[in-house]
Design a protein around this ligand. Structure first.
Ligand code: F0G
Length: 460
């Protein structure tokens, strides 16, 4: 034990608590399924220790935090090299830094999207590319925190139900942390890229004859009956890690708040996490306004859109989800109440986009030299709608959260460019727009003449 003297530095990590989002009860410990022991609603992490009797703790002043976080970017400490743990002042305290599992996640690029901006009719458009994380999706930022907690609590097994990205991320972090991982995925409904990652990282992968929502149900029973740690996004530690993308974004804008942030919506954890981060940054005085945060879903997997339009947010409308953007093929989103709270606090909206709109938007993001997976492209398709409705103005600064890497779902991309994605089911106008974006490979004789002739045809 060290001596506590009057001059001793204040602890860096603020104590955190688990609070129910429904009844507000403080839960002293988390149950296997991360539900409130009083009312069964979801839990969130709060930080009462951030405040002292005189206001915010001195070590959390905006000037001190900005300088500290920036300075850590030049540090060679593994914890500082992580774009998540670099922001540890706003994360739950870790009892033992040696047990953190990190793949140097976060620190993802913010790209300008000039071609997409032109086609949408907006002046300043950016993509925050969370697909540039170690396993190719935003899931890594939350996984480093929650998987570390699992290891610190002594779990030997971790598990998730997934549309692919969570399973890839969890399997990688479990392997790095010396834990076994169990993956439940809907049979035939996740991309090969994601499935192959889970296999390569050594997960026990079970393809269940159901959809994602069915996998969640089965997993809930599994974790009640066996000592396996649940790593789905109901786990509030995942949300804490995912918050850091918003901090990075603000840092990349030199702490100027963009007008609008647009996020894809599936299980609705990421939108909740980003919203929580912006609200906390405002509480700490790092920013003085919030960006608007809007959530976009696929038309065939639109429970949040329907919940708001049909019940004014009072009751979740579950749907039988169907979309080629398999990452967000979710009909019964766990974090819908958290996402609603964010929409209300940040004055955002929800919108839905069709399959052709998603495919076209994905090709446009690719044509800007960036690329993303289909679920991420709903953000651009949604932005176009919000611009038409006047909810977003052409002179505003908008950031699209690109959640997954282009190479996650190469089959979708190949089918799109070969013209096989919609196989004749499109209207004439849609077919024209699609063919303008398609770049099918050209098969030629092996001669320079053939190649040069083809280049000529395409040099208009
Ligand atoms: N984009 C991608 C690429 C995703 O993988 C997901 C979710 C989302 C968006 C939606 O985020 O669920 O927080 O609203 N994928 C999950 C999975 C559910 O299992 O990988 P959300």
């Amino acid at each position: 034990m060290t001596d506590q003297t009057a001059s001793a530095p204040k602890p860096q990590q603020a104590p955190s608590q688990l609070r129910c989002i429904g009844c507000g009860a403080i839960n002293d410990w988390a149950t296997q399924n991360f539900r409130c022991t009083s009312c069964g609603d979801l839990l969130e992490i709060i930080y009462p220790g951030w405040k002292s009797a005189d206001g915010i703790q001195a070590n959390l002043s905006p000037v001190a935090l900005r300088a500290l976080w920036r300075q850590r970017k030049t540090s060679a400490l593994p914890m500082d090299e992580s774009g998540v743990w670099r922001f540890r002042e706003i994360l739950p305290a870790s009892p033992d830094w040696q047990t953190i599992i990190s793949l140097r996640e976060g620190n993802t690029p913010l790209y300008e999207l000039p071609g997409c901006a032109r086609s949408a009719g907006i002046e300043r458009l950016y993509g925050k590319h969370q697909g540039m994380n170690p396993t190719g999706s935003f899931k890594d930022t939350g996984m480093t925190v929650a998987a570390s907690v699992a290891r610190q609590q002594g779990f030997r097994w971790v598990a998730c139900a997934s549309t692919g990205n969570t399973s890839a991320s969890m399997a990688a972090y479990a392997a790095r942390g010396g834990m076994r991982s169990l993956v439940l995925i809907p049979e035939g409904q996740i991309s090969w890229g994601k499935l192959s990652q889970a296999l390569d990282y050594g997960a026990l992968t079970c393809q269940l004859k159901t959809d994602f929502d069915g996998c969640v149900q089965v997993l809930n029973e599994v974790v009640q009956r066996t000592p396996i740690y649940l790593l789905n996004s109901v786990n509030p530690y995942r949300i804490e890690g995912q918050k850091t993308a918003a901090l990075e974004l603000l840092e990349q804008f030199d702490w100027q708040v963009p007008d609008h942030v647009i996020v894809p919506g599936g299980n609705l954890a990421n939108s909740s996490a980003l919203g929580k981060a912006f609200l906390e940054m405002k509480d700490l005085g790092l920013i003085s306004t919030l960006p608007r945060i809007s959530i976009i879903q696929a038309e065939g997997a639109n429970p949040l859109v329907r919940t708001i339009r049909e019940t004014a947010g009072k009751e979740l409308v579950r749907v039988q989800a169907e979309t080629m953007a398999t990452a967000i093929r979710i009909g019964n989103p766990a974090s819908w109440k958290k996402a609603l709270r964010v929409l209300q606090a940040a004055g955002g909206t929800v919108e839905q986009v069709g399959e052709v709109e998603i495919a076209l938007a994905k090709a446009e993001i690719g044509a800007d030299g960036i690329g993303c997976e289909p679920a991420s492209a709903v953000t651009l398709a949604g932005l176009k709608k919000l611009l038409k409705q006047g909810f977003v103005q052409p002179n505003q600064t908008v950031v699209l959260i690109l959640t997954g890497h282009l190479l996650k779902d190469p089959e979708f991309t190949l089918k799109f460019h070969r013209g096989d994605l919609f196989s004749g089911s499109t209207k004439e106008k849609e077919a024209r727009s699609l063919s303008q974006q398609q770049r099918a490979p050209v098969v030629l004789e092996a001669s320079a003449d053939a190649v040069i002739g083809t280049v000529g045809k395409f040099s208009t």
